[in-house]
Design a protein around this ligand. Sequence first.
Ligand code: SF4
Length: 216
Amino acid sequence: MATKLPIVETFQSIQGEGAHAGRSAFFIRLASCKVGCSWCDTKESWSSQNYPLQTVDNLAKDTVIAKKQGASFLVITGGEPLHHDLTSLCEAIRNSTLSINKEHMPIHIETSGVDQLSGSPDWLTVSPKKHFPPKKEILKVCQEIKVVIHTKDDLQFAEEIAKIAMAQKETTSHQPLLFLQPGWGDKEGKNLTIEYIIRNSQWRLSLQTHKWLEID
Ligand code: SF4
């Protein structure tokens, strides 16, 4: 279990995307990603070399401060956060934040789904990538699937992923929310997304509202 992790940044802001968009959150952005998306807007996080290791205890203390300052939940993002074993980090955060209101801070993880799950998050968002598909196991347990749309092929990929996730419905009561998110600044992606959601009611629109608002 990792007791120190390479951290790009921590900050308190508003969740911009998905089902929890618009809510106050504390973010921990971990370094390292081998998924290599061409449109990635956090390429600086791909290598962990440039970032200091921080202890899970210090990250838990920062999360306690954020909770006292009004953050509703924690988002662990990246990079690809599940390249790391998040068990120790999530345990430390649960234990530390329990002291406030006797409820631990809900932990959300945002992942591409290419690794094994760790940390037992309260909310798991899988943003699958066509060139590096997610593990089927992780699709079984996520609360939210969010697919970035640039081309028609992305829509087909989104349906394939949804089919895999929904196939679990007969064996569990779990059914993830389905989001399509147009690629930032991509007119074709925007038009495809809107037209598709209008005709396919199981999908919802996710926008990167933090980018529209020009905040982190
Ligand atoms: S998985 Fe995320 S962090 Fe990694 S390359 Fe793709 S968009 Fe960037």
